[in-house]
Design a protein around this ligand. Structure first.
Ligand code: CA
Ligand code: CA
Length: 149
């Protein structure tokens, strides 16, 4: 089976996800990214942290970047935030979002799940990091992909 990860989402689906990110980032200075690969080559949280670093997601002024990392064919995913946002969210928040997203993924509702998660994370970021008129898009809104198969 062809499994070129870049083609996992149709152009239209990809646009829905990117639009959700843009909308979320219109309400907060926080930044959200989505990263996809087929397989997770190491421990999930280590991999997510490595990707966070690789994408230079620490490069936000308020350390409020959030990464949704997904290894599609391994059926694994993680949501991780930078120090700024992590210090402010309540215990169990990431678990809750992760649980909901996992439910969606199990039903193969990838786009719905992601747009929902992005919206929730956006709302959470909004309560802690205000959007200002001179906001800079510090991290790309495009989905990033990596070939690991
Ligand atoms: Ca921004
Ligand atoms: Ca952005």
């Amino acid at each position: 089976m062809a499994s070129n990860i870049v083609n996992f989402f149709s152009g239209e689906d990809e646009q829905k996800i990117v639009r959700a990110i843009k909308l979320a980032e219109k309400q907060t200075s926080g930044e959200i990214r989505v990263h996809l690969e087929n397989f997770c080559p190491r421990k999930l949280m280590n991999r997510a942290a490595l990707i966070f670093e690789k994408l230079e997601m620490h490069h936000t002024k308020e350390r409020n970047g959030v990464l949704i990392y997904i290894a599609i064919r391994d059926r694994k995913f993680a949501i991780i935030g930078d120090a700024g946002i992590n210090a402010l969210v309540e215990e169990g928040y990431w678990d809750l979002i992760t649980e909901r997203l996992g439910e969606r993924f199990r039903n193969a509702e990838f786009v719905e799940g992601l747009t929902e998660a992005i919206e929730s994370v956006g709302q959470k970021l909004k309560t802690h990091f205000q959007y200002s008129k001179d906001d800079v898009d510090e991290l790309s809104n495009e989905i990033s992909y990596e070939e690991t198969n």
